[in-house]
Design a binder for this molecule. Structure first.
Ligand SMILES: [Cu+2]
Length: 72
């Protein structure tokens, strides 16, 4: 396992349906350094695996914000 790969579970406010899920997953998943992005609608979470040498949680948060949702 690459030591630069970290997995985070992020709480996101405002996601309510499959459209929200897809919007967040696509926005975050298309960022460089993001290996996977998966939303759990029931838990209101975004689970990401990121390469911390290429991206940061701040960039993830900004991508979520741009879709109109809020990281808490
Ligand atoms: Cu929705």
């Amino acid at each position: 396992m690459d030591k630069n790969i970290e997995k985070y579970t992020i709480n996101v406010v405002g996601m309510s349906c499959g459209h929200c899920k897809n919007a967040v997953e696509q926005a975050v998943g298309s960022l460089p350094g993001v290996l996977s992005a998966e939303v759990n609608l029931a838990m209101k979470t975004l689970i990401v695996e990121i390469d911390i040498s290429k991206t940061t949680l701040i960039q993830i948060k900004e991508a979520v914000d741009e879709e109109g949702f809020t990281v808490v």
